[in-house]
Design a protein around this ligand. Structure first.
Ligand code: DGL
Length: 258
């Protein structure tokens, strides 16, 4: 294994770009392959078996391409298949992403925390374990968002469509003081501004990007796999859908001010 082989990052679509941005920030000299399975997005409304099948297929493809580490930049795919991927590819670091409940709980004890994620992420056992670990000291409210990832996939980051959808989602909580919101899907950081606009008071937002980047860096050091390049590395973007459309949105999100 050469240290200059790429780190592969994948998601159901463009959402994982929010993780890729953070990885590049922490490790600019690494080479990256990003794969967005947009032909199959959104994963969040697929069955457990369909998600597992797609995720294992993506992992196999990226590892065959020579990835030295794999970042599953999708909460939904992580919830369903991270244990299987780790079992199959125990010789390389495999890093997943999970809803950032820990920093949200640490930020303010006894607070009320909304967790926005796909219905699958919230119904899998990994989330139940997180809830039992952190739910004792804070009030944690899971909020399944069926349509939000697809909106981001379609490049809808702000405007009436998203405002109306978010308005409906948050309506049941209009009389509840929300201290923080965990963005438990990698697509959601791209609509942070639209989410914050829904509240007329300050709400803290947490996502899994920082934790995932830090953990990836740690795992590369642990295995002595960090890049030896002194210059910035390369970023190859791939998708199962239309590459021109995907690449345009991916680059826009890579450079977006979020
Ligand atoms: N970005 C993904 C996540 O973090 C999934 C979105 C979807 O495809 O439903 O959960």
């Amino acid at each position: 294994m050469s240290n200059n082989q790429p780190i592969a990052v994948f998601d159901s679509g463009v959402g994982g770009i929010s993780i890729l941005r953070e990885l590049i920030k922490h490790m600019p000299n690494e080479n990256y392959i990003y794969y967005g399975d947009s032909a199959n997005a959104p994963y969040g409304s697929k069955s457990h078996d369909e998600i597992k099948y797609a995720t294992l297929k993506n992992a196999a493809m990226l590892i065959n391409m020579g990835a030295k580490a794999l970042v599953v930049a999708c909460n939904t795919a992580t919830s369903v298949a991270i244990d299987d991927i780790r079992r199959l590819y125990s010789d390389i670091p495999v890093i997943g992403v999970e809803p950032a409940l820990k920093p949200a709980v640490q930020f303010k004890p006894n607070s009320t925390i909304l967790v926005m994620a796909t219905p699958t992420t919230l119904s899998e056992s990994k989330f139940s374990s997180l809830m039992s670990r952190y739910g004792e000291t804070s009030k944690i409210i899971p909020l399944p968002c069926r349509r939000l990832a697809k909106m981001v996939e379609d490049g809808i980051l702000e405007g009436d469509i998203i405002d109306e959808y978010l308005g409906e989602l948050f309506k049941p909580y209009k009389d509840v003081h929300i201290d923080s919101i965990v963005l438990g899907c990698t697509h959601y950081p791209f609509v942070k501004k639209s989410i914050l606009k829904m509240f007329d008071y300050k709400v803290e937002l947490f996502d899994g990007a920082y934790g995932t980047a830090k953990e990836t860096k740690r795992r590369l050091y642990e295995k002595n796999l960090q890049s030896e390049q002194t210059e910035n590395g390369s970023i190859d973007i791939m998708t199962s859908a239309d590459i021109n459309k995907f690449s345009e949105l991916a680059h826009k999100l890579l450079n977006a001010d979020i």
